[in-house]
Design a protein around this ligand. Structure first.
Ligand code: PKZ
Length: 224
């Protein structure tokens, strides 16, 4: 495939586009720990067989916690700045539903640079992510693949939006089991970035996806 585009050397600051930015290191440890606790809560609620008294008490406690947190909120569209060990800076959405560090509805997906290129990450999904009994919902597998595909393009300095996503489910993906995800750029053509990703369990691919990301038209990147 012809390579007709160069990665953006340095991404512009999203604040120049009116988007607030929070440094990853600025997220309070108490918030990270709260997010973890809320994930546990969602799983507990989804599977509880508690009686009426415990349910009512839990509801009151949760409502009190929600009203305590509602007052001071980040704006929709707030970005989080991640600095890779080599000093390169990247931006993601703070409350991204798949990988936002402050979003308790997001699975705990953390992607690192793979030694052979691209990104990889290990994760585990609890019973909240079930579709078929004991198995991860296919829509969530697609979402995880989409996120990893977008992040792989972003990590190469070519952030974009998904124009097309193609997913194949090869084997059932179990919940409550160690999973791995890998993603990489496979080619570029003008603003088009072609990416591929796999989710695997026990060394076997359970779901794979390819996507066409259309690179954001950023100033100074000589795009389109
Ligand atoms: C501020 C700095 C920091 C920002 C840092 C942001 C970080 C960000 C990373 C986050 C990672 C998130 C990962 C999750 C990713 C999502 O969830 S994205 C959300 C879901 N996707 C969307 O909402 C996209 C909706 N679609 C659109 O907005 C527009 O259709 C698109 C995709 C931007 C393309 O529109 P466009 O910019 O006008 O581009 P267009 O000229 O139509 O097409 C460009 C090329 O792509 C081709 N193309 C376009 N669509 C298609 C298609 N569906 N099929 C085949 N080819 C297509 C065209 O034919 C054209 O090809 P060539 O002529 O070059 O050969």
């Amino acid at each position: 495939m012809t390579v007709e585009t160069e990665p953006v050397a340095e991404l512009p600051d999203p604040r120049d586009f009116g988007l607030p930015v929070v440094g990853e290191e600025e997220i309070p440890a108490e918030l990270t720990s709260l997010v973890e606790e809320v994930r546990t809560l969602v799983d507990a609620v989804a599977h509880t067989r508690a009686g009426a008294e415990d349910l009512a008490a839990a509801r009151t406690a949760v409502a009190e916690a929600a009203s305590r947190l509602q007052g001071d909120r980040h704006d929709i569209g707030t970005m989080v700045r991640h600095t890779w060990p080599d000093g390169r800076v990247e931006y993601g959405t703070l409350a991204n539903i798949v990988a936002g560090p402050t979003n308790a509805a997001a699975p705990p997906l953390r992607l690192e640079r793979a030694s052979g290129g691209g990104l990889h990450g290990g994760f585990r999904l609890n019973g909240v992510y079930q579709g078929p009994p004991g198995l991860v919902h296919g829509g969530w597998l697609a979402a995880l693949l989409d996120q990893a595909l977008g992040a792989a393009a972003g990590a190469e300095g070519m952030p974009g939006l998904t124009a097309n996503l193609d997913v194949n489910y090869r084997r059932p993906t179990p919940v409550e089991a160690p999973l791995e995800i890998t993603a990489r750029v496979t080619g570029t053509e003008r603003r088009k970035v072609f990416v591929a990703a796999e989710i695997s369990h026990d060394g076997e691919v359970t779901a794979e996806g390819t996507a066409l990301m259309v690179r954001l038209d950023l100033p100074g990147d000589g795009g389109a």
